[in-house]
Design a protein around this ligand. Sequence first.
Ligand code: SAM
Length: 271
Amino acid sequence: MTDDWLRRNRANWDDRVRVHADSDFYDLPGFRDGACTLRGFELDELGDVSGKRLVHLQCHMGQDTLSWARRGAAHVTGLDFSEAAIRTARQLAEDLALDGQSRFVTADVYDAAEALRGERFDVVYTGLGALCWLPDLPRWARVVAGLLDDGGVLYLAEFHPFTEVLGDDGKSVEVDYFDERGTTWDEPHTYTDGPPLAHTVSVQWQHPLGAVVTALAQAGLRIEFLHEHATTLFQRYPVLERTGPAQNPVFRFPAGHPRLPLMYSIRATRW
Ligand SMILES: C[S@@+](CC[C@H](N)C(=O)[O-])C[C@H]1O[C@@H](n2cnc3c(N)ncnc32)[C@H](O)[C@@H]1O
């Protein structure tokens, strides 16, 4: 089944986009009204993007991509293999009069260099449920390095792979942390509110943190930091407490409860 991963995953994502575009979770009307979808720690850690040329790999419907444009990036490019996602992103950009400052391209992330005709960027931004869709991390890291200008920065924020080791109860050890072979899932619903999917099968890969860092270092990037976060963006375990604004909630362990890493972020430079 994993041999057929690209076709399966694209059909699954085209289907998810149909549901996500109407979901409260992604709240496209709120975004049109000016909401910023970027998380506070991302804004702090990537810093000022004014005047930068930024490419967002696996950009989904383009909300994060366009949020960087709203924060002053000179030009943003979003890339995703789902034609439905790219169509939605282009419409959003047009509605917000950001189409002169943005571009959205349909391509497999592994074909990004060809799809973007060898263009180099100041910033590659990606993550938040991106790496689990990619079977080959060293190849992904080489793509990232190839998209960066000298001195350019990769900023990646992801869900921590350790969170997959524990079951949904947050207590039982259920999954092998080191198993990168890929798992076929058959799930009737996506992670947002909305109707069931028609294409329910997907293939996903879990990558240990060491594999991510090693792939980036071996692609020639210098790691500036690897931060592990004790907060996440959804109710991963029942014990987590929801805090923060309604549209951008943060989930954390209650005071006094032993904490696990729930997310991580990496900033790396091409030199
Ligand atoms: C969970 S979303 C990324 C999170 C995104 N920041 C958001 O707005 O929520 C994962 C995205 O990866 C894209 N994707 C998955 N595999 C891909 C691939 N091989 N090449 C390009 N895009 C891919 C999907 O179409 C989807 O839009």
